[in-house]
Design a binder for this molecule. Structure first.
Ligand code: GDP
Ligand code: IMO
Ligand code: MG
Length: 423
């Protein structure tokens, strides 16, 4: 039994949800450690197909305690909608808890997110999910945020809101948005308390006891390193740390207690939203990857930008995250390609570099590719390493070598069992 972090190794949407859903069959606890309902984690299992935004992907195992951790930001209105979807398939969701320290996404955060984005021109737009993520984390960092535990204590909540509302209304007025009002917000929080109050807990003793008694704990990341607040393509990033370091702060587990860190790596690259993306293919190859891979956002439905596998980004990710292993997802999407390319370095002026430079330089970096022979056969039925064609094995071994961590899993389809586990 162990503590395992599941981390997005690229630009997000690598298939974290499906890997967590698989591992959760055998997990005592799944903890979402950062982000909010900007996530879209697709899970396909015997209950159906779901795009989970804030519920941890262990929610389908009633024996797994699903914790929305201290480092997250929660919109209780969308959480309620998600629980309804889970209830519809006969699960009561009674295994869900929220840490008292999680910050609350309020209606004004979403309004401000949309307005701030609208002000930017095309070059500087982040392309946020408009779920209020930037504004709520800004309030957290400014120490004026409202936390889940605050709604359990109406007097404290009222005082905090009274302090905050004039400030928020100044911001809203600047964007010509309607002002918010104390009584309406108090009523909204009262309805959230009624719905979720009994699930808001101090997760510390629960997580501590689980770690100390050797329980099987999965920490589920949101997004990926290239949109990390510190190590991503700033300013085109989210406002939290999806990286392995973020797990410790967000879940309240010391780095010394983590046994495994798995990077989830798509067999090619996708990115949704603004910012540099050196391997982007604006041609029919990119279109083909998008069509076969179904590369449309699980939260916003936006078409994802597509390109070949970027080993520069993957090895950077491995270094910062310290992967003990990787799961390569969506191998089957490459089944019909005659040749497959892989970016092994960036050309930057006269220089060739093998690491991800800071954002402004990524804008002018051009990928240097190597070519691999495609396998041109169906891999979706493969369930063991030796079921894979030789060319696919060679391609995967190259990904492993360039990334710098052993492959532990390969997925060949979106369903729970379409997975190869490698000892
Ligand atoms: P996440 O945000 O990292 O959980 O990933 P998303 O759910 O946003 O995006 C992954 C997409 O790929 C979803 O539509 C999944 O159903 C799908 N998917 C996951 N693994 C595989 C796979 O091995 N093969 C194929 N074809 N689709 C997959
Ligand atoms: P999962 O967890 C892919 C992108 C947005 C935008 C930037 C900031 O499913 O991998 P935000 O709403 O966080 O302020 O947007 O990050 N983004 C994602 N891209 N997958 C996600 O989540 C994303 N969540 C946010 O497109 O560029
Ligand atoms: Mg996603």
């Amino acid at each position: 039994m162990s503590v395992t972090a599941i981390v997005g190794a690229q630009w997000g949407d690598e298939g974290k949800g499906r890997i967590v859903d698989y591992l959760a069959q055998d997990a005592d606890m799944v903890i979402r450690y950062q982000g909010g309902d900007n996530a879209g984690h697709t899970v396909i299992n015997s209950y159906g197909k779901f795009a989970l935004h804030i519920l941890p992907s262990g929610i389908f195992n009633p024996n797994t305690l699903c914790l929305v951790g201290a480092g997250t930001v929660v919109n209780f209105s969308t959480m309620k909608e998600e629980l309804v979807a889970v209830n519809k398939v006969g699960l009561d969701g009674s295994n869900l808890r929220i840490d008292t320290r999680a910050h609350l996404i309020m209606p004004y955060h979403c309004m401000l997110d949309g307005a701030e984005e609208q002000q930017k021109d095309a070059k500087w737009a982040i392309g946020t999910t408009k779920r209020g993520i930037g504004p709520v984390y800004a309030d957290k960092a400014s120490r004026v945020g409202i936390r889940a535990g605050d709604i359990l204590n109406p007097d404290r909540l009222r005082t905090r809101l009274e302090m905050l509302i004039p400030r928020k209304n100044r911001e809203l007025e600047y964007y010509q948005l309607p002002a918010v009002n104390l009584d309406e917000l108090m009523d909204l929080c009262a309805s959230w308390k009624k719905e979720f109050g009994s699930r808001i807990i101090d997760s510390l003793p629960v997580v501590r006891d689980a770690v100390l008694t050797g329980k099987n704990i999965i920490m589920e990341g949101q997004l990926g390193i290239m949109r990390d607040l510190d190590w991503g393509i700033y300013p085109y990033v989210t406002s939290s740390n999806p990286t392995a370091g973020g797990t410790c702060a967000g879940a309240g587990i010391s780095p010394r207690r983590i046994d495994a860190i798995y990077g989830i790596v798509k067999a090619y690259s996708t990115s949704v939203g603004g910012g540099p993306f050196p391997v982007e293919l604006l041609d029919e190859v990119g279109d083909k990857l998008r069509t076969i891979g179904g590369e449309y956002g699980a939260t916003t439905g936006r078409p994802r930008r597509c390109g070949w596998f970027d080993a520069v980004a993957a090895s950077y990710s491995c270094w910062i995250n310290g992967f003990t292993g990787i799961a390569v997802t969506k191998l089957d999407v490459l089944d019909s390609f005659e040749t497959i390319k892989l970016c092994k370095a960036y050309q930057l002026g006269d220089e060739v570099i093998d690491y991800v430079p800071e954002t402004a330089l990524q804008d002018i970096a051009t990928p240097i590719y190597e070519e691999w022979e495609g396998w041109r056969c169906d891999t979706s039925e493969a369930r063991a390493w030796d079921d894979l064609p030789a060319q696919a094995k060679a391609y995967l071994k190259r990904i492993e070598a360039l990334t710098g961590a052993p492959i532990k899993m390969v997925s060949v389809g979106a369903e729970r069992e379409q997975l190869i586990i490698i000892d």
